[in-house]
Design a protein around this ligand. Structure first.
Ligand code: CMC
Length: 437
């Protein structure tokens, strides 16, 4: 196959070697970032597919929501840098931005917040679902089940072709997922569920539902509420990662949004994705002491060993993940607020980062700390058990998933997602009767 790429909205012509079959592949520019070759006609004109396991070089959609430049560590939501949003914005404002494309004015902000917050309660019957789970079930297992079950309760917002239904489903998901997450936690420790309070802010209400008990008043620490809100902002969306692509793929079939978000939660659970924050803390606990860092790093560098330095490396970031920097700063703020002068876990993590970033193995492969490296330390200091870490990621990412789902449904060129394959199995053969095998 031959072809000369031209950039800037040009095209390449590909000729299949040894034939006269050719195709012109247009180059589609983005507003920033790499252009993409539009290969939609490739199979019709050449009779071949492209091969890209892991989708490292394939754009599956066009999107206006989030932009990442992994080489220099930039993350923009609708054009706004994550650093500015984390410092100046709130999670619900970011949710409006992701869903609707703009920072809301004062009226829009008030309406949006009221719209979300009036949906925080779950159908009373949904509470009974929890009784079906073992108390020691992983809360992500509970999340997959109960969020999926939401589609059995909110029949009045399941018409994906009706913009009002889409709006209400988005509100319901953003509002109720924290309630379900807090219920999963309360169930695991045998405490009564705490009903949401709509007079509290989003993150504040979440901390309230997690920590309050009916027997006494509970006041949420505003510094911790702000830290929680910032953690939610940092996890709100991240372009076409595995769980978001799962949501889009499920949604492309016309499945309802509650089922799609449940699929996203399942995809997030894996340790290579959202499960990494939980894995980081387990790893740090196992390492235990700075003296053990170097021997541990030898094990992750050993190809015969499947261990990885959890919280390090990223498919897109080949530089410091900008979210990890903010997370590290937040870590110090939270520990200060909680009066924790020395956290051995944080010291160990920082030492580990220092050693890894001067080790040629990590330098050559451009492996830097990602968002999960420091998030577990803050969450642990705030009192969350490790099993809840990925659940908190799911709470925040629900906003990104539903925004990406909405964008896809509203895209007139949207089709069912259906990857192809290169078949390497047996060619056609005849059935062999049992007595002749
Ligand atoms: N520890 C040790 N080696 C690593 C690591 C790591 N964490 N990550 C990548 N490598 C090595 C890998 O072995 C490979 O080496 P070689 O070229 O010699 O075979 C090279 O770096 C490239 O790795 P890859 O597996 O091709 O990279 P990928 O883009 O497929 O994987 C990743 C990205 C995030 C799955 C991977 O870096 C990883 O497993 N990291 C640890 C888990 C983690 O922290 N995940 C959270 C990601 S951020 C939050 C989120 O998006 O959910």
């Amino acid at each position: 196959m031959t072809g000369t790429p031209t950039t800037g909205g040009g095209s390449i012509t590909i000729t299949l070697d040894g034939t006269n079959r050719k195709v012109t592949v247009p180059l589609l520019p983005g507003s920033i970032g790499p252009s993409v070759f539009d290969i939609r006609k490739l199979y019709n004109d050449l009779g071949v597919f492209t091969y890209d396991p892991g989708y490292g070089g394939t754009a599956a959609c066009d999107s206006k929501i989030t932009y990442i430049d992994g080489d220099i560590g930039v993350l923009l939501h609708r054009g706004y840098p994550i650093e500015q949003l984390a410092e100046k914005s709130t999670f619900l404002e970011v949710a409006h931005l992701l869903l609707n494309g703009n920072l809301p004015n004062a009226r829009e902000k008030a309406e949006f917040e009221a719209g979300v917050l009036r949906h925080t309660m779950v159908h009373e019957q949904l509470r009974r679902f929890f009784d079906g789970f073992r108390r020691d079930a992983h809360p992500m297992a509970v999340m997959c089940g109960v969020v999926g079950a939401m589609s059995a309760f909110y029949h009045d917002s399941l018409d994906i072709n009706d913009p009002e239904h889409r709006r209400i489903s988005a509100f319901r998901l953003i509002a109720k997922v924290p309630t379900i997450a807090a219920m999963a936690y309360k169930y695991s420790i045998g405490q009564p569920f705490v009903y949401p309070r709509n007079d509290l802010g989003y993150a504040e209400n979440f901390l309230y539902m997690m920590n309050a008990v009916p027997a006494e008043p509970y006041h949420v620490n505003p510094v911790l509420a702000r830290a929680m809100d910032r953690i939610f902002i940092l996890h709100a969306d991240h372009e076409q990662n595995a769980s978001t692509s799962t949501v889009r793929l499920a949604g492309s079939t016309g499945a309802n949004p509650f089922a799609c978000i449940a699929a996203g939660i399942a995809s997030l659970w894996g340790p290579a994705h959202g499960g990494a924050n939980e894995a980081v803390l387990k790893m740090l606990a196992e390492i235990g002491h700075v003296d053990n860092v170097k021997p541990f790093l030898e094990t992750v560098k050993d190809k015969n060993n499947h261990a990885r330095l959890m919280g390090f490396g990223h498919r897109v970031y080949k530089n410091y993940d900008p979210r990890a920097k903010i997370m590290q700063q937040s870590c110090h703020e939270v520990l200060r607020e909680l009066g924790i002068k020395d956290d051995p876990m944080l010291d160990l993590a920082m030492e580990m980062e220092k050693i890894a970033l001067s080790d040629p193995y990590f330098v050559e492969r451009k492996l830097y700390p990602n968002v999960d490296f420091y998030s577990g330390i803050i969450l642990k200091a705030m009192g969350f058990p490790t099993s809840m870490f990925t659940v908190l990621f799911a709470v925040a990412r629900t906003v990104g998933w539903i925004s990406q789902w909405k964008e896809m449904i509203e895209d007139p060129s949207q089709r069912i997602g259906r990857p192809r394959q290169v078949y390497t199995g047996p060619t056609q053969r005849d059935y062999v009767p049992l007595d002749q095998r």
